[in-house]
Design a protein around this ligand. Structure first.
Ligand SMILES: Cc1cc2nc3c(=O)[nH]c(=O)nc-3n(C[C@H](O)[C@H](O)[C@H](O)COP(=O)(O)OP(=O)(O)OC[C@H]3O[C@@H](n4cnc5c(N)ncnc54)[C@H](O)[C@@H]3O)c2cc1C
Ligand code: HEM
Length: 393
């Protein structure tokens, strides 16, 4: 527990950090990568270029500083970040490196205002925050289905919806039977690649689109080309990885999952809303729901560019046929069919809603559901990027 003096100093300096937060973390990353270039193999190069991780870290440091007396209120966020850290293999020995460079950056940006008293207080605060992360992550390492990144062989690669490659992979170690893994719908695996277009190793998360691993682990990758830039790993996986090739994967992670207490009941419908490749985790959820209880009413909504981009349609229909009460809606942007607030008004309330798609899409769904007074407890979402960049935090 931080001393009362530390708490007072940290609280006093929060407004300063709020002003300089992004600057501090930008300096922090520059200095940390200069001294530890090996960390460039862990951090997402594109997030760095676009400043996304900077704001996520700044937001979290501020949130933690505000709650230093009772860090347990941050546990849900720490858990969610912890899943990503565990998937990326962030270890306790990495924390002092981040701490050293974070404090160094505070000093550099604040100049004379960063007195010894301020620096010492933040050092104590950082240690407390880091120890909460390390503890949460230690449990996650214990529970992981395997440790580190291990080699898998690609046994199937299929294109669905024009720009999505669906991969099935089996461990190279024949004695490792993945068919019995306790997969949870909504989890993602993390792929470690060495793309030709980069000087660094690149790690990316991909949601499992099936919880049935009898054939192997199944994930699907959209070719991510936007703003005239080619996505590093998605293009590598599309163009360079074929059946017979090896991929390194870390164990399934994530906290986007069906509310267990509602799966067996039939009064509150399950609503699965997705756009584009955001279909992957909710497709696994659809599979898990119809397997566990096909009587529960299911509302399925999917949006994409046009029919050519409609991913997994056959698989979705086959699963929906197993459910007893189904409402399916499809929206093609190019035909001006919009999955918007008007459609959200047709949903029953309460309904247990799961959303996955682009950041803009999810923001509009989450805001729309909130405006219609759907309870936060029944709104679940998975951004395919840092979670805190969403308005719902
Ligand atoms: C929990 C989770 C689950 C996920 N599940 C899936 C999934 O099931 N399927 C899936 O396809 N993806 C999924 N993703 C996203 C995936 O992890 C990658 O982020 C995605 O494949 C893009 O990676 P990339 O290396 O190809 O692109 P990156 O190189 O990381 O680029 C990301 C985007 O930025 C653009 N860009 C690159 N450089 C610039 C620049 N300088 N200026 C402007 N724009 C730029 C690129 O065109 C691209 O659109 C998931 C992400 C998370 C966090
Ligand atoms: C208390 C200290 C830390 C805090 C508060 C913190 C916070 C965060 C947050 C908020 C995210 C974004 C999560 C998301 O995607 O939703 C994140 C991701 C990440 N963190 Fe941490 N983190 C800490 C320590 C570390 C350490 C020690 C390392 C390793 C040196 C690390 C490496 C990463 C990486 C690689 C990502 C993924 C994002 C990217 O690649 O750009 N973090 N962290």
């Amino acid at each position: 527990m931080a001393s009362p003096q530390t708490l007072a100093v940290v609280k006093q300096t929060v407004p300063v950090l709020e002003t300089y937060g992004t600057q501090i973390t930008t300096v922090f990353y520059q200095n940390m990568f200069a001294e530890h270039p090996e960390l460039l193999d862990i951090f997402n190069e594109t997030n760095q270029k676009l400043g996304r991780q900077q704001s996520a870290l700044a937001t979290t440091v501020l949130a933690a500083a505000k709650h230093l007396e009772q860090l347990e209120v941050l546990l849900p966020q720490v858990m969610q970040i912890g899943h990503k850290h565990r998937a990326l293999q962030i270890k306790p020995e990495h924390y002092p490196i981040v701490g050293k460079h974070l404090l160094g950056a505070i000093k550099e940006v604040l100049g004379d205002a960063a007195t010894d008293e301020v620096i010492n207080a933040w050092a104590e605060a950082y240690d407390e925050i880091a120890s909460v992360f390390i503890k949460v992550e230690a449990d996650m390492y214990q529970e992981a289905m395997w440790s580190g990144f291990i080699p898998f062989k690609v046994i199937k690669k299929e294109i669905t919806g024009s720009d999505i490659a669906a991969f099935t992979v089996q461990p190279e170690d024949n004695s490792f039977d993945v068919s019995r893994l306790p997969l949870t719908a909504g989890q993602y695996i993390t792929v470690k690649t060495d793309p030709e277009d980069s000087d660094h190793i690149a790690l990316r998360h991909y949601s499992l689109y099936s919880v049935d691993s009898s054939e192997g682990l199944k994930f699907a990758v959209r070719r991510d080309n936007r703003n005239e830039h080619r996505g590093l790993v998605s293009n590598h996986l599309h163009d360079k990885i074929e059946v017979g090739d090896t991929l390194l994967l870390s164990a399934p992670a994530g906290d986007f999952k069906l509310n267990q207490s509602l799966i067996e009941q039939n009064d509150i419908p399950l609503v699965l809303i997705s756009a584009g490749v955001g279909v992957t985790p909710v497709l696994a959820m659809l599979e898990a729901q119809v397997k566990a209880n096909p009587k529960r009413p299911i509302i399925w909504a999917y949006a994409c560019q046009n029919q050519d981009f409609h991913a997994f349609d056959g698989r979705i229909n086959a699963l929906l046929e197993q459910a007893e009460q189904v409402q399916k809606s499809t929206f093609y942007f190019e035909s001006n069919q919009l999955l918007n607030e008007e459609w959200l008004k047709t949903l029953p309330n309460p309904a247990d809603v799961y959303v996955c798609g682009s950041m803009i899409f999810m923001d509009s769904m989450i805001d729309g559901l909130a405006a219609l007074e759907h309870s936060n407890d029944y709104i679940h979402y998975e951004p395919f990027g840092p979670k805190m960049s969403l308005s719902a935090g």
